[in-house]
Design a binder for this molecule. Structure first.
Ligand code: ZN
Ligand code: ZN
Length: 307
């Protein structure tokens, strides 16, 4: 016999499943295989005057570093990521103009090698990009003459070839850093060569300028919609602990971003986004059926721009 209480319970479960809470929790729950890490409460990048280091370094865990460019060097304040495997270390993005990237990266690599009692230059550095925009590639020239280094080209053909993506953008690519496989998802739309990178060890999904707490500038609306769909499907079928992008432009107040070009953001949104926020974006983009309009969601804003 169906009691009213049981009916209510079933309805509640159905509702939770429909809005993704149950699914997101079970899929997002860190399994024993997922390596833990720690995010700071804030990545505050400082004001217009340079006071501290131009590139803030945060150790998420001993093999995964998050770097943020100081506001005084460039208003974009992009994030860079450094992920260590046994044989290779990946630097994702080289920042916007006017910052020394190679010195702090060399220091981190030297320290990591010393911790593991390894010789200098015994790990190969791969410099790749979330996409080809200037605020993520400006430091490339600092790495061109570095020994034991590969700088991956920024165009779609180079990205596709390097990460072995058979059919762009629908197939997955990958790179094995040595005991650490990163999956590569092609996500054009913000920019033609945009990729997301999934770290199987931590469950972190790096999403560049395609998904971060801020203005999601969309240049190719059809490609973007398909990319968000693909990213959503990937997230539904993998253990994604969090999604980390390349900027923060939203304030900590829901639905509110800082004006474009803001340098000092003392009360900014946290860096991490979670699967439920991606699922929300996906469902809103789907309802737009190709007619994308500027729309603020709680943590991100869809922002179509003419190419
Ligand atoms: Zn961009
Ligand atoms: Zn950017």
């Amino acid at each position: 016999m169906r009691t009213p209480l049981a009916r209510t319970g079933r309805r509640l479960l159905a509702l939770l499943a429909a809005i993704g809470i149950i699914g997101a929790c079970s899929r997002g729950r860190p399994s024993p295989a997922v390596e833990p890490g720690r995010l700071p409460t804030t990545f505050y990048a400082g004001g217009p005057q340079c006071a501290g280091t131009p590139l803030q370094v945060h150790e998420y865990n001993p093999d995964f570093f998050i770097l943020r460019q100081a506001a005084c060097t460039n208003f974009e304040k992009p994030f860079l990521y450094l992920v260590f495997g046994r044989d290779r270390v990946l630097l994702l993005d080289t920042g916007a103009q006017r910052v020394d990237v190679v010195t702090p990266i060399d220091t981190l690599i030297r320290t990591w090698l010393a911790r593991h009692r390894r010789a200098a230059d015994s790990i190969h550095l791969v410099v790749a990009h979330s996409h080809a925009h200037g605020d993520h590639v400006a430091g490339d020239s600092q790495f061109v003459r570095r020994s034991a280094t590969t700088v991956v080209g920024r165009d779609t053909a180079s990205v596709r070839a390097f990460f072995r993506i058979a059919h762009w953008p629908t197939d997955l690519g990958a790179i094995d850093l040595g005991g650490r496989v990163l999956d590569v998802i092609a996500i054009p739309g913000h920019q033609a060569a945009s990729i997301a990178i999934y770290d199987r060890r931590t469950g972190v999904l790096l999403t560049g300028d395609t998904f971060y707490p801020g203005r999601l500038y969309v240049r190719d609306t059809a490609a973007f919609a398909e990319s968000i769909d693909r990213l959503t499907e990937f997230t539904r079928t993998h253990t994604v602990t969090q999604l980390l992008g390349a900027h923060i432009e939203n304030t900590a107040t829901p639905y509110r971003d800082y004006p474009e070009g803001t340098v000092d953001q003392p009360n900014e949104h946290a860096l991490a986004l979670y699967p439920r926020q991606l699922f929300e974006l996906d469902s809103v983009v789907r309802t737009m059926r190709g007619r994308m309009t500027r729309t603020a969601l709680r943590d991100v804003t869809i922002w179509p721009v003419t190419p």
